[in-house]
Design a protein around this ligand. Sequence first.
Ligand code: NIG
Ligand code: FE
Length: 411
Amino acid sequence: MKKIFKHIKELIQVRPEGVRYIAGEAMAELPTIKDAFLIVESGRIVDFGPMQDCPTLEGTEVVDATGQMILPAWCDSHTHIVYAGNREGEFVDRIKGMSYAEIAEKGGGILNSAAKLQALDEDTLYEQSRVRLEEVMQLGTGAVEIKSGYGLTPEAELKMLRVIKRLQSDYTIPIKATFLAAHAIPKKYKENKAEFIRLMLEEVLPQVAEQGLAEYIDVFCEKGYFSVEDTIEVMEAGARYGLKPKIHVNQFTAIGGVAAGVAHKALSVDHLEVLLQEDIEALKGTETMPVALPSCSYFLSIPYTPARELIAAGLPVALATDYNPGSTPSGNMNFVVSTACIKMKMTPEEAINAATINGAYAMGLEQEVGSITKGKRANLILTKPINSYGVLPYSFGNPQIDRVYINGVEL
Ligand code: NIG
Ligand code: FE
């Protein structure tokens, strides 16, 4: 079944085949076609171009997009969408002056979410997660990565990963699964972190690999959580089972996790709110994508990832939500793109590149989604009538999406 979008005011992020990601100065360019058409067949983009070249097709569904723009759906390469319950109590504690670290020390934070998740049955966990996934799809997300890491016991980690697998088969957007093997140290292992890591790597990881429950492995490399040595141990174990690293690093402190990630061929290093020159040097000339999570910076009032420094160094930047119950209870990529412009001084072109093609790369989906390219999935955002694409980040918090299409089908 074919569908043709006609009179598109501007078709945004038009790329030839084979573009993997956009880095440095090139991020300032966002190729578009004004007054365009786009043809979708069997869920894929098959043709597009200026309206004067639009073919006449008999018996094809026509969508008149006069005044409206089309761009690839957002690619959110870092989320924790599968979780149990919320932590709005801690939110109030923080409003009243407690820090994120103080809350975690009192057994709140990740351990609080883990207790809730361990107590929740698999079907209810699926139900809660499904609602969040549908919500972000309505907000224009057309591909997403989801992590485990709120289980912290073998049973609960596997439960999370099975829920992700169920979402993969029930929903039509690409979903990538990551085994977040080392997210926090459970109370029981406080004095014996090595034993917890051993449990995750020797007992859970083989099952994750055997049951095909994840493609990537993750670890929270941070003071008070997991050291660079622990991070290396997790990445090496993952590699033995064919899981590529995508890691949490430099959220609160820079302790060398970026260089370790790069050395272990991490697909992405995420957070980077605290970034040293040596971290930037380590990223140069590598295939590792730096991922910024501005909604997390916003919610926790911590520094924003210095995107300008990364771009000036010739590096790419991807943007993702980090949707999770503790540091980012929001999965809105539109807000992420706006915040990247407002707080990180990214231009609309840079932010849109970061939230589409670069996000796709950061989850190994750059051949499937992230640009208007022949052969890619027709996962698309049709905007409301807008003056220019700059209105998307400019009108922060105001929805500018008219419709979302997944595999060419309206949501
Ligand atoms: O990516 N930093 C580590 N993990 C999550 C937040 C965890 C939580 O507070 O629940 C993050 O921000
Ligand atoms: Fe995260």
